[in-house]
Design a protein around this ligand. Structure first.
Ligand SMILES: [Zn+2]
Length: 241
């Protein structure tokens, strides 16, 4: 909805590059600059109308390029050597470590050196998908340990005890809860800093008593976490792809 073009919006700034071409094309260049490639003699007004007709698309593309790549959490099929992947809110450099045989070796965090980001060693077998599978397994165990540490406090503040906590790789949600009292956390929450993991956890715990996003739900969440709104806002700066 925020992307909808508004008639009163200021015109989009753009550069025009004319050449002996027949059609108009609009590019969003790195840094967000717009460039229109246009035929030599096309009227400026037609170019302006063309750019304006693409406003919705431009806004969407710009929103995407605005994303901090260190906060886009998952890229299929798995991480490549040298990628920065977030863990506990901080970028970690992936070092793929080819392994012989089929033994199941877990990922490992290597101590950081100087100012370089910490290194996450991810073993890979011949199967190219294995790096992604292992990273997910690592995310899961990291998240489980962190949630176990924060659960007693969160349960106390939210006044609700889950019957079980499951961990799954979800495409578009940080967590979910069911009527039988189970909550599910997205294993990709491991990428988030502790305060946002705690937000997701408390959000789902509060759903155990309010199975909707009613005012009563938000009030309960604000009682459990007085800065819930700020955390919720911060969570919007992280992207599941
Ligand atoms: Zn919710």
């Amino acid at each position: 909805m925020a992307d909808a073009p508004r008639p009163s919006a200021a015109p989009l700034p753009y550069d025009v590059v004319r050449s002996r071409r027949r059609t108009l094309v609009l590019h969003v260049l790195p840094g967000g600059r717009l460039e229109v490639r246009a035929p030599l003699r096309m009227a400026d007004r037609r170019i302006a109308e063309f750019v304006e007709s693409k406003r919705g698309w431009v806004v969407k593309v710009l929103a995407r390029t605005d994303r901090d790549p260190g906060r886009v959490i998952w890229r299929e099929p798995g991480p490549s050597h040298g990628d920065a992947v977030p863990l506990r809110g901080l970028p970690h450099r992936v070092a793929l470590a080819p392994q012989a045989g089929r033994r199941d070796i877990a990922c490992a965090l290597l101590p950081p050196s100087d100012d370089a980001p910490p290194i996450l060693r991810v073993p890979v077998s011949d199967d190219p998908a294995s790096a992604g599978t292992r990273l997910l397994a690592f995310y899961r165990s990291d998240l489980e340990a962190r949630v176990a540490a924060m659960l007693p406090g969160a349960v106390g503040r939210c006044g609700a005890i889950p019957s079980a906590i499951g961990y799954r790789s979800l495409r578009s949600r940080w967590g979910s809860c069911a009527r039988d009292g189970r909550i599910v956390l997205n294993v990709l929450c491991a990428a988030l800093p502790d305060d946002l993991v705690e937000y997701v956890l408390c959000h789902e715990l509060c759903h155990l008593r309010h199975l909707d996003h009613s005012r009563a739900f938000w009030n309960a969440l604000a009682r459990a976490l007085p800065d819930a709104q700020a955390r919720r806002h911060a969570l919007r700066g992280w992207y599941l792809r």
